[in-house]
Design a protein around this ligand. Structure first.
Ligand code: HXC
Length: 256
């Protein structure tokens, strides 16, 4: 079986399952590269509107592969190859939802942090334990966590490597919602279905603006929003969406 199983899961929705159960879905470089290939392909596939990434009941992903980390030297070119693999997810214009059950640790939670929405199960365990290995997060954890949860929560968490529950993570703003474990994938797919039924250009514009804005000065970010908003007036879907409202019918969006 491949390290990732890709399955269609509704109109315009693809479910990617991480599949290294014997290693709690530890993110070997080859798994990350395979994930990047899937995401790159889906990024340019017009029929794909939303992607869900999940693991299994025991683990979303227990981090980078510690065996590989133990052998890596400072001069390994792996850092660059690893970066390219993460970049595919970072640059994906389609919304990605993480459906998290079980352990989401280290690079595993950083993978979830690359996604746009995180649905976590009540029994999920989240942590950045790298400091306990003499390491630190290397796939955006220090930066994405401080932006999502603020300095004091981030420091408390990253400096101790403590694991937290999904409910605590929700309180810190580190996951979008918490649901019973058995409902995680279904809930993520329901959100994906809803997003897939909406206007693709608007969805894409919202994702892009939300991700770019916070790192720009507010006036620039607001200008970006205004310009992107203005651009959507060129779309057929804007005409269809507003007309459908007036005619009290469901809009038929085409992504044009
Ligand atoms: C490689 C791993 C692994 C990992 C688990 N396994 N996590 N292999 N890399 N990150 C393997 C175990 O070796 C074991 O293999 C099998 O999965 C089951 O794990 P157990 O430890 O036996 O399970 P359990 O007792 O239930 O404990 C679960 C656990 C523990 C608490 C999640 O496995 C754990 O602490 N894992 C490491 C978590 C971690 O430190 N992650 C951060 C990695 S650093 P065998 O063959 O013995 O059955 C990182 C840096 C990111 O992510 C940098 C950017 C990419």
């Amino acid at each position: 079986m491949p390290d990732i199983i890709s399955e269609p899961a509704g109109e315009g929705v693809i479910l990617l399952r991480l599949n290294r159960p014997e290693a709690l879905n530890a993110l070997s470089l080859s798994l990350r590269q395979l994930l990047a290939r899937h995401i790159n392909e889906l990024s340019t596939d017009d029929t794909t509107r939303c992607i869900v990434i999940t693991g299994n009941d025991k683990a979303f992903a227990a981090g980078a592969d510690i065996g590989e980390l133990s052998r890596r030297t400072v001069l390994d070119a792996d850092f660059e190859r690893s970066r390219v693999a993460w970049l595919a997810i970072e640059a994906c214009p389609k919304p990605i939802i993480a459906a998290v059950n079980g352990f989401a640790l280290g690079g595993g939670f950083e993978l979830a942090l690359h996604c746009d929405i995180i649905v976590a199960g009540e029994g999920a365990t989240i942590g950045q334990p790298e400091v306990r290995l003499g390491l630190m997060p290397g796939a955006g954890g220090t930066q994405r966590i401080v932006r999502a949860a603020g300095k004091f929560a981030a420091m408390r968490w990253l400096l101790t490597g403590d694991r937290i529950s999904a409910t605590e993570a929700l309180g810190l703003g580190l996951v979008s919602e918490v649901v019973p474990d058995q409902d995680v994938v279904a809930r993520a797919l329901a959100l994906a279905d809803k997003i897939a039924s909406l206007a693709p250009l608007a969805v894409r514009a919202i994702k892009e603006t939300v991700l770019l804005g916070p790192d720009a000065p507010l006036p620039v970010a607001l200008a970006l929003e205004r310009k992107t908003f203005q651009l959507l007036f060129a779309s057929e879907d804007r005409a269809e969406g507003t007309q459908a409202f007036i005619e009290r019918r469901q809009p038929q969006f085409k992504g044009k």
